[in-house]
Design a protein around this ligand. Sequence first.
Ligand SMILES: C[S@@+](CC[C@H](N)C(=O)[O-])C[C@H]1O[C@@H](n2cnc3c(N)ncnc32)[C@H](O)[C@@H]1O
Length: 422
Amino acid sequence: VASRLVDRARALIEASPGDSRAYHLVIASLRTDPSLVNAYAALADLLDARGADPYPVLRRVWHEHGSGDMEALRFVDQYARGDPANRLLEWCERGPRRPALIVRVAGDLEFLDLYDYDGVRGRKPAFVGRVHQPRLVCSPRDFGALPTTKQAIAEDLVKRGKDFRIVAHHDTTVELADRAVFGPAIDSVHFNAVLHRTLYRSRVVEQAARIVEIGVGSGFLFCSLIQALRQRPLEVVGSDVQASALATTRRNVNQTLARIPSAEQVHVRLEQCANLLERLPAGGIDLLLSNPPYIPERRPSGGTAYSGTAVVESLIARHAPRVLARGGVAVLLYSSLAAAAVQRSLEQSPLTPVVLGPSRRVPLDLREVSSDPAWIEMLLQHHGLEQTLDDPAHAYWHTLHVIALCRPEDEDLVVELGATLH
Ligand SMILES: C[S@@+](CC[C@H](N)C(=O)[O-])C[C@H]1O[C@@H](n2cnc3c(N)ncnc32)[C@H](O)[C@@H]1O
């Protein structure tokens, strides 16, 4: 009922923003469901259309009709910095103007907000709904808790998002127009959340100048690094085996650099290759980042863009110990599926691992990678893939871990990074 009332309010706002019935419909919807953040989003649009600052009114309405709902208050409070949809519009206006699904993910992944952008100049993205505690970045299976009148829209949007999607998390926004490119998925966003809680608060960000990422995908983490470290001259090198990933990263880097004042100090190089680390000079890297392929393969084949553990193994045991400079750090995300391979490589590596946490248990959509039943059986039997019958939406689960690797002589750095956890 509440969500139908909001839809009626929205229709009135579109037709005639001066009509006071829209306001009353929003209030009526909040009386029915005070946690329906769509009501606040509609009210904000109403005030915006009338040229008023939404925030003070949203605050007052929350006090009077919000029934103390704290999630709704968090939603309202983001308007203190202006309408988030307008900030997204800034991004949309600079990129290719075409319809897009926009996903704005909260800092520690407590929720994600979905927006529908129609690609029309000057028209801000429309708020679709908030998904609390998402298990993946953009899975229709997580959308059961959206307002009922929005679920079909959200599912359509996800289909459209396969062609064009914009993902925003912390200060980083990237766009993705190529299905073959590894977009910001739950592991990328979890990795970024951990970087913000740990590495970006450590002295590494004040000192690192020579930075490398192996396997840039959409460029999401690459752009996050550029933004976090942008205050001084930087040499940032990224590699991927896929040409399409590098093209996507290049577009996102250009958009990111266009938004930072110190862009001319940031020197970016992107290389299509599988062995960048072998070619880098010894002791020349301050920060090495990677979210490499992590699903063990059934038969050793050297790995594909997404599966195989060879990249992470050689990085830990051979390359990072050679290329890291004094005070340098390698930061990696790996899955519990690759835990044995990572453990073996750590035993062969002189570097000291520091857990950057917390870990995150997430679903694994194996159909996206392979449908070979023997392979799934191998992952279940030998690599700790979890299967659950409790959750009809997601059958397979694994756990994501982030670790930093430091040179053993950098004991103070090990202590400092370890302390960021607490
Ligand atoms: C799990 S995705 C991570 C993408 C991106 N960094 C993110 O977190 O969203 C792994 C990426 O590594 C790339 N890749 C696989 N093997 C590689 C190699 N040997 N060197 C460089 N990139 C590689 C894949 O093409 C893919 O884009």
